[in-house]
Design a protein around this ligand. Structure first.
Ligand SMILES: Nc1nc2c(c(=O)[nH]1)N[C@H]1C(S)=C(S)[C@@H](COP(=O)(O)OP(=O)(O)OC[C@H]3O[C@@H](n4cnc5c(=O)[nH]c(N)nc54)[C@H](O)[C@@H]3O)O[C@H]1N2
Ligand SMILES: Nc1nc2c(c(=O)[nH]1)N[C@H]1C(S)=C(S)[C@@H](COP(=O)(O)OP(=O)(O)OC[C@H]3O[C@@H](n4cnc5c(=O)[nH]c(N)nc54)[C@H](O)[C@@H]3O)O[C@H]1N2
Ligand SMILES: [Mo]
Length: 753
């Protein structure tokens, strides 16, 4: 909430209804006014001089030239026309992955997609950086995740009915600060505490103790990163050999049991997946596995898998095996039991949903059907018109000539930034709308300054509340909303009226609200009119009734309530996946050695497994220059958490600056010694703005702490082709010599024409 003084915003405060407010947004005002803003349209000098056909692009290296709005929008229209004339709409990538801002109307991607759809379409992406492997494999195993997610037991149900909560990756409260669409009440901390008080026992299986709140008194089982599948297979081994599995459920509701059993027992490959076998891989004690398997079959158990675990080489396997484990243990389809993906990844998993959704901003439909899995961006740019496997299909990679990006920061989110820098030079044109001089804006040809949420009215729809977000700042510099920018470009291309439908921004907001209101009325709910809504600020919508028991109806009568899988049952093995013939994703869940992990030969050179998680003090790269994020830095660098033994072995003290590196790249970070991290594992949050020592030079040191300098750009498997950000082995050494300054928040050089 904005506190105003003398007609101007003085500061932002938590909403009084929020029991556990997040500090992340507090800096929005300062950040919006910071020097890192793009204040007027800018064009890269070589692009201005030579236009889109110029081949010798050195994006990120050359200075920008300030231009007027009319020249900028005219140049965008010309560039689009030039590319479309020569390559068609298939030459335009408009996927623009990213979180942008939470509003219903000023949602950058929605604006871009509407604009490009009206212009004839664009190459799109599928899946996400968040849960690509999960989203592609689970429809084969349990059916559509969009049906599974809403049935997840809520924390209230867990408190009532669950006895044992087995959390692979823990349930980090840090991540529940955030929810797509926004959020009014941060309730998960209290919800989990209530579950604990009601007697639920938590087990956290993770390389990091802090992945679950200390007050829950959880059992911490420390395993090596990426070994969760081996651990689960051994749990299954105990269940099978001690005859502790649910024959009834397996017979009636699953297919592929024999295949999985033969693999677990070693009948099919000669390697029994015993607790001793797994303990060797996971580096834990075998009895811990035996004891946990027994508890899981004696108590009503919910198996939980954090998304981070599948953001890894072969990330499909732990997802699949977690469902198999819940099936064996007999808890799937029973109240308070089963398997959940996403508890602790964002706020909205396990929290009550509202009864209906707000009306979205209409995007129209895309005439171009070409797509690629989002995590493969650099490969697509580097290798156009090349076959690529994806979920049983052979795709042909598109030939992208123009990138149009609004509301995302690939130079933050993509793996292997040095490879991205090379790939990013290939297109003829890169157009970006950004409020800030992010690395993505710096690597663009045309940069158009966008407003931040504080500079415009909007409607947010989060965890079941409609929130009026008010304009409390004047647009900074010449910044405009994405909508206003697109409306002007559409004018130059002859479709302004189709884009705006004759509505101003205020009229669109009223329209979206009134349509939501009339749908609400149909379901018997009276909402105030638009003016009343804006005055009220927040309308808490009635909650949906608690979800039915997840898979309960299916368990009771699988023929009457089939899942959306090939057999209608839970697939413990899949003939369809087997038929794809992928060696990196066989027809049943399996332990496949990740390309990089502590057991791989590469660990002799790069002995530390670097995990990169979501930041506690930011939303990805957003607000990195704000006070909350800056307070967490070490000598201005992103902190790297290290185990005390690993630090000591390198002569490192808390507060030292180190170089974290492998053969892909290197970055500086500041040591935080942490005994809650297992040996051989280090941890850096994502989101420190890429800050190259020599801008534009591939391979140069990032002086600020972006873990994507070292993370591999590799598909999880041919099935999902998801990002494998977590699969990075590195070496860490003390950084000697004078510390380079942080320049990421200073605008790039600009020259007059
Ligand atoms: N190594 C590693 N990498 C990762 C991950 C990891 O775990 N490890 N996690 C991945 C995940 S799950 C995700 S979701 C991604 C997140 O990656 P992104 O979503 O790309 O990250 P953000 O920093 O949120 O980028 C949003 C950008 O939109 C801009 N923006 C905000 N509002 C507006 C607006 O109204 N208009 C315009 N034009 N721009 C706006 C912001 O200034 C910001 O630059 O990162 C991924 N990358
Ligand atoms: N504060 C904040 N919250 C956010 C976001 C943000 O930017 N800021 N972003 C949101 C977004 S877009 C997303 S997708 C979610 C993502 O949320 P997640 O992907 O669920 O979480 P991460 O923070 O990436 O990682 C959580 C933990 O997983 C553990 N881990 C990593 N690899 C392994 C492994 O192989 N095995 C085991 N057992 N554990 C492992 C690490 O110890 C790490 O601390 O977070 C959301 N929440
Ligand atoms: Mo994400």
């Amino acid at each position: 909430m904005a506190r105003m003084r003398d007609g101007a915003v003085a500061r932002l405060e938590a909403h009084p209804a929020d029991p556990d407010p997040s500090p992340i947004g507090y800096d929005m005002v300062d950040v919006a006014r910071s020097t890192a803003r793009v204040t007027q349209p800018m064009v890269r000098k070589a692009f201005l001089d030579h236009g889109p056909r110029y081949a010798d692009n050195r994006r990120g290296l050359e200075p920008f030239v300030p231009v007027s709005w009319s020249e900028a929008t005219g140049l965008v229209a010309e560039t689009l026309q030039s590319v479309k004339a020569r390559f068609g709409n298939e030459g335009i990538y408009g996927g623009a992955y990213g979180w942008s801002s939470a509003g219903r109307f000023h949602h950058s991607q929605g604006q871009l997609h509407r604009f490009l759809n009206l212009y004839g379409g664009y190459v799109d992406h599928v899946d996400s950086y968040s849960w690509a492997a999960l989203g592609v494999i689970m429809p084969h195993v349990l059916g559509d995740m969009m049906r599974v997610h809403p049935e997840l037991p809520t924390w209230a149900e867990i408190a009532k009915n669950t006895q044992l909560f087995v959390a692979f990756g823990g349930v980090p409260l840090r991540n529940t600060q955030v929810n797509p669409g926004g959020l009014l009440r941060h309730s998960v901390r209290d919800d989990m505490k209530a579950a604990r008080d009601a007697g639920v026992e938590f087990v956290c299986i993770s390389p990091a103790r802090d992945d679950i709140a200390a007050e829950l008194g959880a059992q911490w089982i420390s395993i090596r990163p990426h070994t969760d599948t081996a651990f689960m297979l051994a749990l299954a081994h105990v269940m099978l050999t001690e005859d502790r599995y649910d024959r009834d459920f397996l017979t009636r509701c699953c297919t592929g049991f024999e295949t999985l059993r033969d693999y677990v027992l070693g009948v099919s490959d000669g390697v029994p997946k015993t607790p001793a076998w797994a303990a060797n891989i996971c580096d834990c004690k075998p009895d811990v596995i035996v004891a946990l398997a027994r508890r899981m079959t004696e108590r009503r158990t919910l198996v939980s898998l954090l998304w981070a675990i599948q953001r890894a080489d072969h990330g499909e396997q732990p997802c699949w095996m977690a469902a198999a484990l819940a099936s064996l243990a007999g808890s799937l389809g029973k109240v308070g039991g089963g398997v959940g993906y996403g508890y602790g990844s964002v706020h909205g998993y396990g929290t009550a949903a509202s009864r209906f959704k707000a009306t979205p901003f209409p995007q129209g439909s895309n005439a171009v059907k070409t797509f690629f899995p989002v995590g493969r961006l650099a490969d697509v740019l580097l290798n156009p018109r090349t076959p690529m496997q994806y979920n049983g299909q052979t795709l042909t990679t598109p030939d992208i000539r123009l990138i149009y990006w609004v509301g995302g920061n690939p130079f933050h989110h993509h793996q292997d930034i040095n490879k991205l820098i090379r790939a990013w030079q290939r297109p003829e044109a890169v157009i970006v709308h950004e409020p800030f001089w992010t690395a993505t804006a710096r690597h663009a040809d045309i940069v158009l300054p966008a407003t931040t949420p504080l500079e415009r009215d909007d409607i947010a729809f989060g965890d079941g509340s409609l929130i009026a977000s008010h304009r409390v700042l004047d647009p900074v510099g010449q910044a405009r909303s994405d909508y206003a920018i697109f409306a002007d470009i559409a004018a130059g291309l002859g479709f302004r009226d189709a884009f705006t439908e004759g509505r101003s921004e205020a009229e669109w907001l009223t329209h979206i609200y009134e349509s939501t209101r009339s749908r609400a009325k149909d379901s018997g709910l009276d909402l105030p009119d638009y003016a009343g809504f804006r005055r009220a600020g927040v309308i808490e919508l009635p909650q949906a009734p608690p979800p039915p028991t997840m898979f309960g109806a299916f368990r009771a009568d699988p023929a009457a309530h089939p899942l959306g899988t090939e057999s209608g049952k839970v697939q413990l093995a899949s003939a369809r996946i087997a038929s794809f013939g992928y060696d990196d994703c066989p027809g049943h869940p399996a332990w496949l050695e990740p390309i990089e992990w502590l057991g791989s030969p590469r660990a002799a050179t790069y002995p530390i497994h670097l995990l990169s998680s979501q930041p506690k003090t930011r939303l990805h790269s957003q607000y990195d220059n704000g006070a909350v994020s800056q307070a967490s830095k070490v000598q201005g660098r992103e902190p790297v958490a290290m185990n005390p033994d690993d630090a000591a072995a390198r002569g490192l003290d808390d507060g030292d600056v180190v170089r974290v590196f492998n053969d892909r790249g290197a970055f500086l970070a500041g040591v935080r010694v942490n005994d809650g991290l297992r040996r051989g594992v280090a941890h850096v949050s994502t989101g420190a703005w890429y800050d190259p020592l020599v801008p534009g030079e591939p391979g140069t040191l990032d002086v600020h702490g972006n873990p994507n300098m070292v993370a591999p750009d590799r598909g999880t498997s041919q099935l999902a082709q998801g990002p494998s950000a977590q699969s990075a082995l590195v070496q860490i050494e003390k950084f000697e010599g004078p510390l380079p300054p942080i320049r990421a928040f200073i605008p790039p050089a600009s020259v007059p024409r």
